[in-house]
Design a protein around this ligand. Structure first.
Ligand SMILES: *[C@@H]1O[C@H](CO)[C@@H](O)[C@H](O)[C@H]1NC(C)=O
Ligand SMILES: *[C@@H]1O[C@H](CO)[C@@H](O)[C@H](O)[C@H]1NC(C)=O
Ligand SMILES: *[C@@H]1O[C@H](CO)[C@@H](O)[C@H](O)[C@H]1NC(C)=O
Ligand SMILES: *[C@@H]1O[C@H](CO)[C@@H](O)[C@H](O)[C@H]1NC(C)=O
Length: 944
């Protein structure tokens, strides 16, 4: 009865974790599917053996490779150097797709440079890549530091092979981008291109050193003069939530920083997975091309312009115009179009000019035109057709309403959008967009009209073939609609659009725009039949501040609007406003859009961002439980068992904590606190939900521990052998010194911590008398302890069990570093592995506690008379820190727990560990108080 609540919470959290996991892993395919062509190459890697220990001692551990495209370039050629830095567990060979593309763009055929490229003083690229033996850099700051040191020496070495003053381009994938940023500022790096790099938030938050690296990188990102471009994969990237890929705003106005989402990257328009970004053809050839072209320019501004040109998204400024094309009209060679949208197809009269009259009613502010497959102001798909279009504004000063003077219109925005086929999914899986695909969108602001003036927009084109079409229209003010949250949550909202316009700007300023919210969009068409093969498939563009996503309004799949621009823990935790643009053609009229919240995907988004909060919060729950269990014990009751504590916690404490976390998440706290939502009301219920799940997982973890202890207990019975309660022995001192020496010299303290945990697991397993039924049905500690069958066990080891639970939830701190250490040991040998964290102090309190528990017959935590205030209060700060800061700065929770355990060990274990009964006797005060706890050996279930 009493435990029903904790069982219920545990089952609830198992179910929610399963649900959230499913939703999160589906989101890659539902939110932003991937359509990438595979890339092919003929790689070879030349090891740079001259880069040896005379350059850096790390040369023993890591290596530097030079990529060469077999059959296209020889081994010696020296052009412009590029350094590639792989990410966590990444390989130097990941450079092959980009390097191969650069070689095949430079060489028209094997060993013969392409004339188009050599005519512009572009040199071939030499791709170097550092090989880190697939080290796990995401989990371990010191490893990241080593990688930075090695990459920095590699740059010095590489530049020594080139004439003085040669700059180097640095590319980083994932954590490699963090390494690249750590090298900045450097005068020798001409540009940095990072791919799927978590710039803002470290993916693993257990390491203090990583947090420090991110802090110093923040300064480099804000001020370093080197242009930095960050390519992000969007929702298809399940490894790194893409909001942390967005570069923070630069402090200096002059420095170039650009974040480009692959869903917005012109000619790519697809979500790209975390590893895929290095080989996705549509991305890699553009990265390679940008690197090639960077070699031909020399100032940061020119480099920025090259990056903007080859890695364009719709938000890049329109290209600078050359001289305006003059347009001369006479009666013979122009056609005046009827009012309404302009549709020009089968463009077969070269030199023809079409005049679209500017409507004199209403308030047209903008002229918008779409040009399919062709180019405007030399902007178009990479393999554009011969169609070239220009737009002019013609005026008549006289009353005869015929145009006299024309002037070329300068675009306010010029970009490329996709034109997906209505029959196929978008983007086409495993294929994606072709280099000739795309529609140029030309937008120009029309100047104010003077009285009596007639105005036309003249559309002039030249074309050699009949490919492509032109659509144009005059656009009114954006449509602004406001909704209440209530409307949205209950039935969704309907946005009517003007079906006769080819272009509609829709602003929904009251809607929440956040990484945690996904909207599902549907469209209704003006005609019931829908559309049959329209010129332009109706296309919805969603443009949050740093990205753009395109959704064809076909019925192929649900359209899920999502963003990364407002996200927990980032500088914009809550933003509002959804900006949508609808591109349509007159042969396919959209009448309205319907939006509602997609709960399932939203849940998946929250799950992908908040799973890191669970370990920290669970430590908070465990610390709180130990705190209240000790309180009970110190008030004279027996120490409650873990199961009892869990049920007391869920029944009595949890409801209040849920209320408290809800209240705290309503406060506009700084972005690092609680769940990083800065007090947004809509997200406030997430904090209690995470707390509930963390509590449930603590219960589940206790069941798992009990199930694990069961076989150990069985085995332990056979080998039952208890040490005498002899206090500290020479043996213990020796083994303790040995362990500490090992930690100080060879193994990282995390290994010793894992050892502590295992020893304590065995201690707890062999302490507890097995319940008569044996089967460890959850919760196993339910059955009363049987009569004392083994006299050696004098106390109910409930405090040891609490300690076991605490140690278990501290394992996530140690586990990643253990993995790093084991990997280093395997790849680089003991020498490199011993350069680990030797914080003897980090593990000493746990060692003493665990060793004491293994031989004592007393309670672990007897209150000492010298404590004016019970040392159990030390457990409260870790719990509070866990809920306030644990989601973002998990390592702080572990530090605070360390402090609390150290205090408990020094005050309560220390004297008895050294064979003295208590600090009071050490300090010579009166003997033990009569209230000194005697050990109560009876069941201590707490009835409800
Ligand atoms: C280039 O290096 C590769 C790998 O070391 C080698 O197999 C090849 O023969 C070399 N080619 C030339 C032209 O030196
Ligand atoms: C880096 O640039 C600085 C300044 O231009 C130059 O003095 C230095 O030699 C360069 N380093 C290398 C390794 O080329
Ligand atoms: C229209 O005709 C005039 C005179 O014949 C010529 O100068 C002008 O270039 C023509 N315009 C175009 C766009 O071909
Ligand atoms: C929407 O567009 C307007 C006008 O361009 C802009 O001021 C606003 O910041 C945009 N909102 C969002 C969320 O991007």
């Amino acid at each position: 009865m009493a435990r029903k609540s904790s069982i219920f919470v545990a089952l609830f959290s198992i179910a929610s974790v399963g649900l959230v996991y499913r939703a999160a892993s589906d989101s890659a395919t539902t939110l932003s599917p991937q359509g990438c062509r595979m890339s092919y190459m003929s790689p070879s890697y030349l090891v740079q053996s001259h880069f040896d220990t005379s350059w850096t001692p790390l040369a023993k551990r890591y290596s530097l490779l030079l990529y060469r495209e077999v059959g296209w370039e020889d081994n010696q050629s020296r052009g412009v150097p590029v350094l590639f830095i792989p990410g966590n567990a990444g390989s130097a060979h990941q450079i092959r797709s980009i390097a191969s593309s650069a070689a095949r763009q430079y060489y028209a055929s094997p060993y013969t440079p392409s004339p188009e490229i050599t005519s512009r003083a572009i040199q071939p690229l030499d791709f170097f890549a550092v090989d880190y033996n697939e080290d796990l850099s995401a989990f371990h700051g010191p490893t990241l530091d080593l990688e930075t040191a090695y990459a920095s020496s590699a740059i010095s070495y590489i530049l020594s092979l080139y004439p003085p003053g040669t700059p180097i381009v640095v590319m980083g994938h994932s954590m490699g981008g963090v390494v690249a940023t750590s090298i900045l500022p450097s005068p020798n790096i001409s540009a940095v291109i990072t791919m799927s790099t978590p710039h803002q938030l470290p993916p693993a938050r257990f390491d203090r050193r990583i947090a420090a690296i991110y802090n110093s990188n923040r300064a480099a990102l804000a001020t370093a003069n080197t242009p930095i471009l960050s390519l992000c994969g969007g929702a298809a990237d399940l490894m790194v939530p893409s909001e942390s890929c967005i570069l923070p705003e630069a402090v200096d106005v002059g420095v170039y920083r650009r974040t480009v989402f692959s869903s917005a990257l012109e000619g790519c328009w697809t979500g790209v997975g975390h590893q895929v970004v290095v080989w996705c053809h549509q991305v890699r050839w553009r990265v390679a091309r940008a690197a090639l072209e960077l070699g031909a320019v020399s100032t940061p501004a020119e480099r920025g312009a090259i990056l903007d040109r080859w890695l364009r998204d719709g938000r890049s400024p329109p290209p600078a115009l050359g001289y305006p094309t003059p347009l001369h009209l006479n009666q013979a060679n122009y056609t005046v179009l009827p009012p309404g949208p302009v549709v020009l197809r089968a463009l077969r009269e070269p030199g023809a000019v079409h005049l679209a009259p500017v409507p004199e009613t209403g308030s047209p502010t903008k002229f918008v035109a779409y040009v399919s497959e062709g180019s405007v102001l030399s902007m178009g798909p990479y393999h554009a057709s011969s169609l070239s279009v220009s737009f002019h504004l013609c005026l008549s000063k006289t009353d005869d309403a015929s145009p006299s003077a024309c002037e070329e219109l300068h675009p306010s925005s010029l970009k490329l959008i996709p034109n997906p086929s209505p029959e196929k999914p978008f983007p086409v899986p495993h294929e994606g967009v072709d280099e000739s695909d795309g529609v140029v969108v030309f937008e120009a602001i029309l100047p104010g009209r003077k009285d009596g003036e007639h105005r036309w927009v003249a559309i002039a084109y030249s074309a050699n073939e009949e490919r492509g079409w032109i659509l144009g229209d005059f656009v009114e003010e954006p449509m602004v609609m406001k909704f209440s949250v209530h409307d949205l949550l209950h039935k969704g909202v309907t946005v009517p659009v003007n079906p006769n316009k080819v272009h509609s700007d829709i602003r929904l300023p009251s809607l929440l725009s956040n990484a945690l919210v996904v909207y599902r969009v549907g469209a209704t068409y003006a005609s019931d039949q829908g559309c049959d093969n329209p010129l332009l498939t109706p296309l919805l563009e969603h443009t949050p501040p740093s990205e753009a996503h395109f959704y064809p309004l076909t019925h192929a799949r649900p359209l899920l609007l999502h963003t990364h621009s407002g996200a927990p823990f980032t500088s914009h935790p809550h933003t509002r406003g959804l900006n949508l643009t609808l591109y349509a053609s007159p042969d396919c009229k959209v009448a309205s859009l319907h939006l509602r919240v997609d709960w399932r995907s939203s849940l998946g988004r929250a799950g992908a961002r908040y799973w890191t909060a669970v370990p920290g919060w669970a430590v908070g729950v465990v610390a709180w439980m130990l705190f209240s269990a000790l309180g009970e014990y110190e008030r004279g009751a027996p120490m409650p068992s873990v199961s009892d504590s869990l049920s007391v916690f869920t029944r009595a404490t949890l409801p209040r904590l849920l209320g408290a976390t809800l209240a705290i998440s309503l406060l506009p706290l700084p972005r690092d606190y609680v769940l990083g939502n800065g007090g947004e009301i809509v997200f406030a219920p997430l904090a209690p939900l995470v707390l509930l799940i963390a509590t449930g997982l603590v219960t589940v973890s206790w069941w798992v521990l009990c199930i694990t202890m069961w076989p150990i207990r069985k085995a332990g019975r056979v080998l039952a052998r208890r040490k005498a309660d002899a206090g500290i022995t020479r043996n213990t001192v020796l083994s303790m010194l040995l362990v500490l020496l090992l930690v100080a010299l060879i193994v990282p303290w995390q290994v010793a911590f894992l050892g502590c945990w295992s020893i304590h697991l065995v201690t707890c397993a062999t302490h507890v008398p097995a319940p008569p039924g044996d089967a460890p049905t959850p919760p196993p500690a339910r059955s009363p302890s049987p009569p004392d069958r083994r006299p050696a066990l004098r106390h109910p080891p409930h405090d040891a069990e609490h300690a076991l639970l605490l140690l278990t939830w501290l394992l996530p701190l140690a586990a990643p570093v253990l993995a790093v250490w084991a990997r280093t040991l395997a790849t680089a040998g003991l020498g490199a592995a011993s350069a680990a964290d030797h914080g003897v102090w980090s593990v000493a309190p746990y060692l003493v506690l665990v060793d004491f528990a293994s031989w004592t017959r007393d309670a672990l935590f007897q209150r000492d008379r010298v404590e004016f205030v019970s040392a159990r209060w030390g457990l409260l700060p870790p719990a509070v820190v866990a809920f306030l800061r644990g989601a973002r700065h998990t390592y702080e929770v572990f530090d605070w727990v360390w402090g609390a355990v150290a205090v408990l060990v020094v005050l309560r274990v220390g004297p008895r560990y050294w064979g003295v009964s208590s600090w009071s006797s050490v300090l010579g005060s009166r003997a033990q108080s009569p209230t000194e706890r005697t050990l109560v050996f009876k069941t201590n279930r707490i009835s409800s």
